[in-house]
Design a protein around this ligand. Structure first.
Ligand SMILES: Cc1ncc(COP(=O)(O)O)c(C=O)c1O
Length: 430
């Protein structure tokens, strides 16, 4: 779709989102309906993408390239969050509202490709990892397979359970050569004791897109429990957890989903809810009668069973607005744009003679590209790019890579890619 169509179709609403009037309802006014823009926005249509950029208050004084760490939020999300705080503080209420909860989960379901009932709110990906890791029925010597490129958020819970209960963690080194090689490496580790797989969809170390669907087939063939850390994928690319065939998928609201900080989503397949015990429970985890004298208690039949007690409703209202914003731009449009920027960056880095650590195949690289230089270690290079070129990057120690990771989201541009390349060129000549 061309820019004028976007302006026509979405302009009044996307642009209008910045100037929304007082958002004062617990209903759904914070999610005004406006027509989708279509699925064919040109990734190189700078006029279109600069309109999207205008929706973010993110400073233009430096180039922000660390969405993998933390995403910047659009005005619409920030305003929805603030308005909800104002509304609730004026009456000192929590704002818990079943209809509102459901509406936001419907957006989450569109992002993840699942039913609203399969989504639980969390504070971050790490909380989702902990719910799954500690809720799974595992015994001493049961084996779990993961990769050497995981973020600590998907490592520590498993290691602590290993130490406490004697489960056994086994790792494979992700191959950059082919998707099949990764499937083979996982398969080689499977024994009679293997019970679960816990891998990232997009790795934090190199932005590698692992072949999660094919790994799902492997998991099914061996009757393994299949968990995916989706911290780096939700909000970056179109997703369908049902098609992937995983049993649970955790993500953060505050990275690629550009929502408020301290929000997350956990998908648990409906049929598998009873295979992950809800260990932390309280108000909202239950459903139906509750009786201390008879011992009667029923867990909520949906993934809501993993939520408990008072939470910050404004945070999730802000997340709902952020997800709605992304969905209206269109996840296919977003993915093509950020993927194209990733490809341009990887090509440019290769031309400069930098060592690109991310996979080269278009199906396997994402909008996060990791590279290193021979003459500078990651800390020196990160400091140089920050101090001399005003670039906010992330050093990568994971997997012993000693690289720099560049994340490119919808508030970034091909111009930003050029700025990175200029910085790297200067660094190389130091
Ligand atoms: C793959 C992966 N998993 C988990 C996390 C942890 O995210 P959070 O701090 O939101 O729990 C990160 C953060 O960068 C990550 O990259």
């Amino acid at each position: 779709m061309k820019r004028r169509h976007f302006l026509k179709a979405a302009g009044p609403s996307l642009a209008g989102l910045i100037a929304l009037p007082a958002l004062s309802s617990t209903k759904t006014e914070f999610l005004p309906e406006f027509p989708p823009v279509g699925d064919d926005v040109d990734p190189r249509d700078e006029a279109f993408w600069s309109i999207v950029r205008d929706h973010f208050p993110l400073t233009r004084d430096r180039v922000y390239l660390n969405t993998g760490g933390l995403g910047a939020s659009p005005h619409v999300s920030i305003q929805a969050l603030k308005a909800k705080i104002d509304e609730l503080e004026a009456i000192s209420e929590t704002g818990h509202d079943g209809q509102l909860w459901q509406t936001i989960k419907t957006h989450a379901g569109h992002i993840l490709g699942c039913a609203a009932e399969e989504v639980a709110y969390t504070r971050n990906t790490t909380e989702g990892v902990n719910i799954v890791c500690n809720g799974l029925h595992l015994q001493r010597n049961d084996e779990i397979i993961t990769s050497t490129h995981e973020h600590v958020g998907n490592i520590i819970a498993w290691l602590v359970r290993q130490k406490r209960e004697g489960i056994v963690m086994k790792t494979f080194e992700p191959s950059m050569r082919s998707a099949q090689e990764n499937i083979d490496r996982i398969e080689k580790l499977i024994t009679k004791k293997t019970k679960a797989l816990s891998i990232s969809h997009v790795t934090t170390a190199t932005g590698q897109v692992l072949p999660v669907k094919e790994i799902g087939e492997l998991a099914r063939a061996h009757n393994l429990w299949y968990f995916i850390d989706g911290a780096q994928s939700a909000g970056m690319m179109p997703l369908n957890v049902h098609e992937i065939g995983c049993h649970a998928y955790a993500t953060s609201g505050h990275k690629w989903l550009v929502g408020p900080k301290g929000t997350g989503l956990l998908y648990v397949q409906k049929e598998m809810l009873d295979s992950i015990d809800a260990k932390w429970v309280g108000a909202y985890s239950n459903d139906g009668n509750l009786d201390l004298t008879t011992g009667e208690v029923h867990l909520n039949p949906t993934a809501q069973r993993y939520e408990y007690g008072t939470v910050s409703v404004p945070q999730f209202v802000g997340l709902g607005a952020a997800m709605h914003f992304l969905l209206r731009i269109g996840m296919n449009n977003i993915w093509r744009r950020v993927h194209a920027m990733g490809a341009a960056l990887a090509d440019g880095l290769g031309d400069l003679g930098a060592e690109v650590l991310s996979p080269g195949h278009p199906d396997e690289h994402s909008a996060m590209i990791t590279f290193r230089l021979k003459n500078l270690d990651k800390d020196q290079l990160q400091a140089f790019l920050s101090e001399k070129h005003n670039l906010r990057t992330r050093g990568i120690y994971e997997g012993g890579l000693n690289g720099i990771r560049i994340s490119l989201h919808i508030y970034n541009s091909f111009e930003d890619v050029e700025k990175v390349l200029a910085g790297v060129k200067a660094a190389k000549n130091l």
